[in-house]
Write a protein that binds this ligand. Structure first.
Ligand code: ADP
Ligand code: MG
Length: 258
């Protein structure tokens, strides 16, 4: 059983190296359940790497991640030894995590509905009919039911990203991760994507959002974590982090992005 006060994700001493270069240096972070956590920080600070470790798209080189109390990928034994878990246990925990990327990564040869239902049929083994029902419900959720039979090339960037969100939602994740979901959109299209995300937050989805949209982070984020050079420098409510930005690195960052 997981209690509602237990964090959805608990990260302890997480480090990640590429070759000899360590890019995450012992990250400790708890992701609150049912809340939106915004991860901000300069380019190259390690935001994507951290998110990809939580999605297990990258394997951390040290430390542990627990998702709803269960170890993801690695666990620490009582003797302190860090061991890799078997593929089945990795799959089970990973299947509760969805991810939305900056580049929407839709299949160009499939319609919006095809994109949303593909994994439901091939991975989750739903019947085509069930998959399409669930897919349509998720397209409705993001306001795109009327575009179900359109191809990505026939959709705006904002619509494509909403299809990508519907695709992630269709797999019924417990946690949804977003890596700069509006960074490739024209400014007039970011609002529709942020609105969908705001709605998901209000519905109680646990989300981690890497974003340079400081206005969104300040209004929708319930927790803000500021990452710099592979370390969490600040972590708290928007009020705590933004209203008193005495930290020189945060001040510098905000001057660049506000
Ligand atoms: P952010 O998302 O905050 O811009 P990243 O997580 O993408 O930062 O990158 C953090 C650091 O890790 C950067 O110095 C980047 O060059 C490095 N890095 C990211 N991915 C790789 C990789 N696949 N191989 C080597 N270095 C990488
Ligand atoms: Mg990045």
């Amino acid at each position: 059983m997981t209690s509602s006060t237990e964090p959805a994700v608990s990260i302890r001493g997480l480090s990640k190296s590429y070759g000899k270069t360590e890019v995450l240096h012992g990250i400790d972070l708890e992701i609150a359940r049912g809340a939106t956590t915004c991860l901000i920080g300069p380019s190259g600070s390690g935001k994507s790497t951290l998110l990809r470790c939580i999605a297990f798209l990258e394997e951390a080189t040290g430390g542990t991640i627990h998702v709803n109390g269960r170890p993801l990928g690695f666990e620490e034994r009582p003797d302190g030894k860090r061991v890799r878990l078997g593929p089945q246990r990795i799959r089970e925990v990973r299947s509760g995590i969805g991810m939305v990327f900056q580049q929407f990564n839709l299949w160009p040869h499939m319609t919006a509905l095809g994109n949303v239902t593909e994994a439901l049929v091939t991975v989750r083994r739903l019947s085509r009919k069930n998959a399409e029902e669930r897919g349509m419900a998720q397209l409705r959720h993001v306001g795109l039911e009327a575009r179900a039979h359109h191809y990505p090339s026939e959709l705006s960037g904002g619509q494509q990203q909403r299809v990508a969100i519907a695709r992630a939602l269709a797999l019924e994740p417990k946690i949804l991760l977003f890596d700069e979901p509006t960074a490739s959109l024209d400014p007039e299209l970011t609002g529709e994507v942020l609105n969908v995300m705001r709605k998901l937050g209000e519905e109680g989805m646990t989300m981690v959002v890497v974003t340079h949209e400081i206005g969104f982070a300040a209004t929708v984020g319930q927790r803000i974590a500021f990452l710099d050079h592979g370390r969490i420098l600040l972590n708290g409510t928007p009020g705590e982090v933004f209203s008193d930005p005495r930290h020189p690195r945060l001040t510098q960052f905000l001057e660049t992005y506000l």
